[in-house]
Design a protein around this ligand. Structure first.
Ligand code: GDP
Length: 296
């Protein structure tokens, strides 16, 4: 279910409840079941949805609500709060400081949009007066360096990589050192992806991470991967210290559920979303407006 449809289904469920003359246990259950169905169809992980339903039932005790209280409003607010709670891991991501060199390492499966997102992230900061630089430590995919080079050139961002060197750790270390010397304040390391969550990918990520000591590791996830989101995000988190998430391809037929699962699995906030193939199709992620939009 795409984002707009999810918002529609949830607000319809709340509306139906609003239309009921009396709000009793059955009306509340029907409403929550409807919302549950919408969230599951939108790829929110089953356990998250089940916990949310239990929490809402705990908060909204119909018997205890004094007569005259706006029960509909209370339920609506409870749904809003629960969705916000899932998306807010309770601690903000490391925030690089302008003028002070920070290393940010990007990880994710091949095709997730990692390389594109590295440039978007660099471009976003460059527009705000930062001095970003891109390092291509993906020696696995043929053409990865060319792609990064092309993007970086278009955005006028310095880059580092090699056609000859096959050791990603060596390239990463050299790139980071060079850009530190050049006083870049945001050194972005693009790492290799694989089609599957293979051990060799995780081992390589661990090595690059140990060698470059990133201040922040960003996990990039394609929003269209469906119910696989939780397990995939968790597998990355178990291998490297993921500290933030970027969800790509939120345009088109994007489902919102993956974002909730990725946060739950990594205990890290979503910081940006990708909304298209172009460099400027990139938005800061804010929990409350996102949930408001979700609820229609
Ligand atoms: P990588 O293998 O993870 O580095 O993925 P790429 O950066 O090469 O991206 C894979 C494909 O996804 C490319 O065709 C990108 O243009 C596309 N892509 C990346 N981000 C987005 C996005 O936010 N929206 C859309 N529609 N396409 C995207």
């Amino acid at each position: 279910m795409v984002l707009a449809q999810l918002g529609g289904s949830i607000s319809r469920a709340l509306q139906q409840m609003s239309n009921a003359t009396i709000i009793d246990e059955k009306v509340l259950n029907d409403c929550l079941n409807e919302i549950t169905r919408a969230l599951l169809q939108s790829d929110v992980q089953f356990k998250l949805v089940r916990d949310m339903q239990t929490n809402i039932k705990k908060i909204v005790n119909l018997d205890d609500l004094a007569a005259g209280h706006n029960k509909r409003r209370i339920i609506q607010q409870a749904v809003f709060n629960e969705l916000c709670k899932i998306l807010d891991p309770g601690k903000p991501a490391f925030a690089p400081k302008k003028g002070k060199a920070s290393v940010v390492m990007f990880v994710g499966l091949q095709g997730s949009g990692k390389t594109t997102t590295c440039t978007k992230y660099a471009f976003y900061h460059q527009k705000k007066g930062w001095k970003p630089a891109l390092v291509c430590a993906d020696t696995f995919r043929a053409g990865a360096f060319d792609q990064l080079k092309q993007n970086a050139t278009k955005a006028k961002i310095p880059f580092y990589g090699s056609y000859m060197e096959s050791d990603p750790v060596k390239i990463a270390v050299e790139g980071v050192e060079r850009f530190k010397k050049e006083n870049c304040d945001l050194i972005i390391v693009d790492t290799s992806g694989r089609h599957k969550q293979e051990e060799s990918l995780f081992e390589e990520m661990r090595q690059v991470s140990e060698a470059t000591k990133p201040d922040l590791v960003i996990f990039v996830m394609d929003s269209s991967i469906g119910q696989a989101a939780f397990d995939q995000a968790q597998a990355f988190k178990q291998s490297v210290a993921v500290g933030a998430v970027i969800i790509t391809k939120m345009d088109g037929h994007a489902k919102g559920g993956g974002a909730l699962s990725a946060v739950a699995a990594t205990k890290s906030p979503v910081i940006f979303i990708g909304t298209g193939e172009h460099m400027d199709e990139f938005e800061v992620f804010d929990v409350k407006p996102f949930v408001s939009r979700l609820l229609g």
